[in-house]
Design a protein around this ligand. Structure first.
Ligand SMILES: [Zn+2]
Length: 267
């Protein structure tokens, strides 16, 4: 599933769209549009003025203040193709742009969607803090953890608390911080909370530097794969040696999510 670094990578790759005009919108699957505050036709003739990201959401803004907010779900893709190219399977929405390119929204499993809204701040008002922001620090995280019995891994995935972390980067951050994913959140010592904050920022930044993790589907707006999969230390590496101590990495299901950790390096 695309997480913060993957959505950030797509966002960066699409910056060339800023300033282009939407000539037409084709909707193959109306149910892929999750909010109809604006109609697709409202965007025709509009110029794209900004492309941003919040958590795992990609946000397109037009110069008249209309927004299209995309979530890629499990396997969604957003990418550019030459205008008039034969549509591939599972392409649900197409924006025709005035530079002879089209932006395709493709989603085989359809857990994603597109919201046509007037104000994304209202739609995303319950989204947690951006983990790469300055305000995300131990002073912020410590009170979120205190007295919580939920597993720290589960808490990190809660988008209402922190926006953008999913299974891959949660496992990698907990490994870097030396904390077992099944520890209760409230049991973390102040030093561990500090290490976890640093580790979250570090793995997310590395993920962005490597242009995301491509295990199956992920690609950027020009169909380029990411490379962070080559740098994963525990995620998806069950039974392979821990890079630090050579003990086999363990996979364990925690609250329904598969989790990977080193039982020797993580306490
Ligand atoms: Zn280890």
């Amino acid at each position: 599933m695309p997480e913060l670094p993957e959505v950030e990578t797509i966002k960066e790759s699409l910056q060339g769209m800023v300033g282009l005009t939407i000539d037409d919108i084709k909707v193959m699957k109306p149910e892929y549009i999750r909010s109809w505050e604006n109609r697709p036709a409202d965007y025709i003739g509009q110029r794209i003025s900004a492309i941003s990201r919040r958590g795992k959401f990609l946000i397109f803004e037009t110069d008249t203040g209309r927004y299209m907010v995309a979530h890629l779900g499990m396997s969604g893709r957003v990418y550019l193709e030459p205008r008039g190219k034969e549509l591939q399977k599972h392409v649900h929405i197409v924006f025709e742009l005035d530079n002879e390119l089209e932006l395709w929204f493709q989603d085989a499993r359809r857990f994603g969607g597109l919201w046509l809204v007037k104000d994304p701040r209202i739609m995303l008002k319950d989204m947690g803090i951006e983990p790469l922001s300055r305000n995300f620090n131990s002073r912020y995280l410590k009170p979120l953890l205190s007295n919580r019995r939920v597993a720290i891994k589960t808490l990190l995935l809660n988008q209402h608390l922190i926006g953008g972390i999913g299974n891959i980067y949660a496992d990698e951050a907990l490994y870097e911080a030396g904390i077992r994913p099944d520890r209760s959140a409230g049991s973390l010592e102040p030093g561990e909370v500090h290490r976890l904050v640093q580790a979250i920022k570090q793995v997310l930044r590395s993920g962005i530097d490597q242009r995301g993790t491509t295990l199956r589907d992920f690609q950027d707006g020009y169909k380029q794969k990411g490379e962070f999969q080559d740098y994963l230390k525990v995620y998806g590496r069950q039974d392979l040696p821990c890079p630090r101590c050579q003990q086999p990495v363990v996979r364990q299901v925690i609250n329904g999510r598969s989790s990977h950790f080193c039982p020797s390096c993580q306490k």
